[in-house]
Design a protein around this ligand. Structure first.
Ligand code: AMP
Length: 214
């Protein structure tokens, strides 16, 4: 079975939502560098305070910061891992390869979640997240049961500071320039799997399961 997976794709492609489902069904570890960074910011740690300016500007946090966070999470003791939003540069991909090798692990697939710009911008600018547990909602397609309260933990729902239209445009530009080259990088290694991610999460998950034989 495929178990060490990279989820690749533009912001708003639904990587985090599908990673949550895969990990809860298969007991894999969900490693989202974005979630870890947001946690650091809310803990007001030194790392978080340093990363905040880059995140709010839609820029990437330096490679050496994110690889350190990922290294702590990679271990041969878990049944599998989904790396969500990491790697985001070719340099990060090389550092990851080294880190997996050091742990006697390898990569099984890099899944590209494919969605067009219009769909992505609409999804991101209408996304709401729980301040307490990070659960993700959407103003059009996935409203919580109570007004602006998380179904899972009752926390307040807010818009991410980087989900406004201007920052979204910057994030998409950064994706094209720095992250999209990874598509070719993993394709050449025979690891790339493309999944159409424009529809509803359950349909996208069904396509992913079929592609990965999960
Ligand atoms: P995400 O939640 O994946 O959309 O990430 C939110 C923000 O965190 C990004 O726009 C970056 O500023 C930062 N970030 C997350 N993952 C990485 C990464 N692998 N490399 C550099 N910056 C990252």
């Amino acid at each position: 079975m495929m178990k060490n997976l990279i989820f690749l794709g533009p912001p708003g492609a639904g990587k985090g939502t599908i990673a949550d489902i895969v990990c809860s069904e298969h007991g894999f570890r969900h490693v989202s560098t974005g979630d870890i960074l947001r946690q650091e910011i809310s803990n007001r740690s030194e790392l978080g305070l340093r990363a905040k300016a880059d995140i709010d500007a839609g820029k990437l946090v330096p490679d050496e910061v994110v690889i350190m966070m990922v290294q702590e999470k990679i271990s041969p003791d878990v049944p599998g891992v989904v790396l969500d939003g990491f790697p985001r540069t070719v340099n990060q991909a090389r550092l990851l390869e080294q880190c997996l090798n050091d742990n006697g692990l390898g990569l099984d697939a890099a899944v590209l979640f494919d969605a067009g710009t219009d769909v992505i911008v609409k999804r991101l600018t209408s996304r709401l997240v729980c301040e307490s547990c990070g659960a993700v909602y959407n103003l059009y397609t996935n409203l919580p049961q109570a007004d602006y309260k998380c179904d899972k933990c009752g926390g307040g729902l807010v818009q991410r500071s980087d989900d406004n239209e201007n920052t979204v445009k910057d994030r998409l530009r950064v994706y094209k320039e720095k992250t999209a080259p990874l598509i070719d990088f993993y394709d050449k290694q025979g690891l790339l799997i493309r999944v159409d991610a424009e529809g509803y999460p359950e349909d996208n998950y069904a396509r992913l399961r079929k592609a990965l034989k999960l």
